[in-house]
Structure formats: C-alpha cells, structure tokens
Design a protein around this ligand. Structure first.
Ligand SMILES: [Zn+2]
Length: 397
C-alpha cells in the first residue's frame, strides 16, 4: 500500500493547482475523475458559476472552479477535501526538492500541498479503492477548489447546492492521525478608521493627527483584549492558548503619507478570533461599542468597518459521527484519538451550517501547511486511509 500511496500522492502534487488564481484545476479534476470511474463510481463535475466566483475574487473568474463528485450506492458518508494549494513562495527556501517535483525521503513525501491537503485526498482515494475492491458501497466523495481563498466558491458552494446526499461529512484536512477536529474557531475582522486633518509637518497645530488618535484607541483596545481573553471554551483545543478568544491588532495599517505630513487618515486592522461559545453578532456589537466609547475621549471621527466574518462551528464530542470515527481510528492507531477544536478555520462550517454534521480528520503532521519544505508522513496517509475504510465498513454494517 505504501508504494501505491506514494505514487498516487506524487502524481497529485505534480499538478500545480496554485490558488490564487486557480491553475490546472481542469487537469487535476480530469485525473481524479478517471481514477474514480475506473473503480466503478459515478462521477459528476460541477462548475461554480463565474458570476459567483467574480463576487469573491474578480481576478479568479477567468479560471474555472470545478467540484468533482463521485458516488457509489446510496451515500451514508461523504468524504471531502480541497485540491487547491497556496503558492510555493521563494524557490530558494525549498531545500529538499522543488515544490512541484515531489520527493520521498525517510517516510516523508515532500512538495507543495503534501499535507495541505493532497495527502488527505490520497487517503480518500486509497480507502475508496480498497472499499470498492471489497464490494462496499454507499459513500460519496467531493474534491473542491478554493479553500485557500475562503472556501465560498468550493465547499461553500457545494454545501449550499444541496448536492451532498450523505448525512455525515468527513473532511480529510490534516488534523494528525490521532486527533479528530470536532470543530474550529471563527473570526471577525475589523478595520478601525480614524479621521483627522492633514497639514504640513512644520505646522502640526494646523492639523489633527489621525495616527495619534489611532494610537489612543489601540492602547485602550488592549483592555478589551485582556477582558475577552479571560473567557475559556469548555472544549479541548490543540493548544490550550487557543481555547480563549484572541485579537491581533495592526496586521494591516493604512494611511500615512510621509514624514513631513500630519496624517489626516490612519486605519488599522483587528483580527478577532471567536470561540464556539461566542456569537459573531454579539462579538461585533461588543467591539464596536468599545471603540465608540473610547473614541469619545479624542476629537477625531472614528469608524469601524467589518471586513470579514466566519462563524465558529462544531459538533459535540459525543456525537455518533465522532464516536464512530473514533473507534474506526482506534482500531488502526491503537489508541483513542483526541477530540479537539482547530484553532484556525476549516471548511467544516459550510457543511455544519447546511445542517450536516461534519468532522475533520486527515494525515499530518500539523503545523507545516503553507511552509517551504512542506511534507506529509506517508505512514499517516496510509493509517488514515485504513481508518476511512473501517468507517465505510461501519456505516454499511
Ligand atoms: Zn487545507
């Protein structure tokens, strides 16, 4: 099985499905569609309407967004994964191999997308092949684009389309072979905009310094961050520091012109991460009210824009999907997997919002996504495939 997994994964990595803008999607989907057809599955390719793509990424609309569906029988289980990968970054930082020339070294397969998440796609393909050979059926698979650019034109579109027929979804994103992500945090992004009056740097008394206003608000916002970070989720997280709300200020700033100009406008971003117990509408209100109250302490006009919202999503750790997957995993890795909440975001929210219980479980290690010299452990790819195969057997039992 090891040779098969290595050659299949190598083939997937060698198709550079870089997003943005979304290259080689057709070539990738053609290859995978042929693979599933050869195993006797029915396949369907859905193109996301270009107008829909243009809403989220105008420069992407010239590249087709393709969703591949494959089915056998009446689906009781749905496996999902995204096939787009982030750009490789500077080539000099890739030491082991070039990003799209996969290399196998001591149990690891290196290349862009190895762990995020063509390793997970390979686990699905290997499990499906084994299940089909054993005469098992009643499952479906979707491979989607655009997770790396927000997911709306991939898993989001699929979940809203009503084309998922199975009652449960498993996403093969790399959680690690002994860890099930039962959910993930959400986020709200803000842009705090401070308006002053521009003037010459030699006559600051003629202006109103927007940067100084922004500094006042940013300084006071540390109180807000301290206050919300005392909340602690009751669920287990990969890292306990992620079990509380967090906020990152100043990831993006806008507005200054030049040393000898009093800035008339200055804006900074706040990336507020949301735990499953929080409601994004409440988070928005609370943040905006706080900024409005401290803005009264300065003469500037201040506005808060919400630039991105993504809800946290979760299934309870005792849900039958989690229990069933957990025992399928335990039979392979020899211990009960952890049931944690992912600190970042996942496509799971789209399916959960559509009313379909969804968990995320796939080969790791975690922490290498988007990095140079990205790799996946081939042993994990194979163990996860075995766990999926066990799960197909269980839902058919
Ligand atoms: Zn991913």
């Amino acid at each position: 099985m090891e040779n098969k997994a290595v050659s299949l994964l190598s083939r997937l990595i060698s198709i550079p499905t870089v997003n943005p803008p979304g290259e080689k999607y057709q070539e990738f989907v053609d290859f995978v569609e042929r693979y599933f057809r050869s195993l006797g599955l029915d396949t369907e390719v859905v193109e996301v309407p270009r107008a829909e793509v243009a809403k989220y990424c105008p420069e992407c609309a010239d590249y087709p967004r393709l969703i591949l569906l494959a089915r056998l029988g009446e689906p009781k289980l749905h496996f999902n994964g995204h096939y787009d990968v982030v750009p490789p970054g500077p080539l000099e930082s890739w030491k082991v191999t070039r990003p799209f020339e996969p290399a196998y070294r001591e149990g690891r397969l290196y290349g862009r997308g190895a762990v995020d998440m063509k390793g997970g796609l390979t686990s699905i393909m290997v499990a499906v092949e084994k299940a089909a050979a054993a005469g098992l059926k009643n499952f479906e698979v979707s491979f989607v684009p655009d997770e790396e650019t927000g997911g709306e034109t991939g898993a989001g579109y699929l979940a809203r389309s009503g084309k998922v027929r199975a009652p449960w979804v498993v996403i093969a994103e790399g959680s690690g072979e002994d860890n099930i992500w039962i959910g993930h945090r959400g986020l709200v992004w803000f842009l705090v905009e401070v308006y002053g009056r521009q003037a010459h740097g030699s006559t600051p008394w003629l202006g109103l310094n927007a940067f100084e206003g922004a500094v006042h608000i940013a300084y006071r916002l540390q109180e807000y961050i301290r206050a919300v970070s005392t909340r602690v989720s009751r669920y287990e997280f990969d890292d306990p520091r992620g079990a509380s709300p967090t906020a990152t200020m100043g990831g993006e700033v806008r507005g200054s012109v030049k040393t000898n100009v009093v800035p008339g406008y200055f804006a900074f971003s706040v990336d507020r991460r949301v735990i499953p117990e929080e409601d994004v509408e409440q988070v928005k209100r609370e943040f905006i009210e706080f900024v409005e109250s401290v803005a009264r302490e300065i003469p500037h006009k201040v506005e808060v824009k919400v630039t991105n919202v993504s809800e946290a999503a979760l299934v309870e750790p005792g849900h039958p999907l989690v229990e069933t997957l957990s025992s399928a995993v335990e039979a392979v890795v020899g211990r009960r997997p952890r049931r944690t909440v992912c600190i970042g975001g996942l496509d799971a929210r789209f399916f959960i919002k559509a009313g379909i219980p969804t968990v995320t479980y796939g080969p790791g290690p975690i922490g290498l996504a988007h990095a140079p010299d990205e790799y996946v452990e081939v042993r994990q790819v194979i163990n996860v495939a075995e766990a999926y195969y066990n799960l197909i057997k269980k839902v058919n039992g």
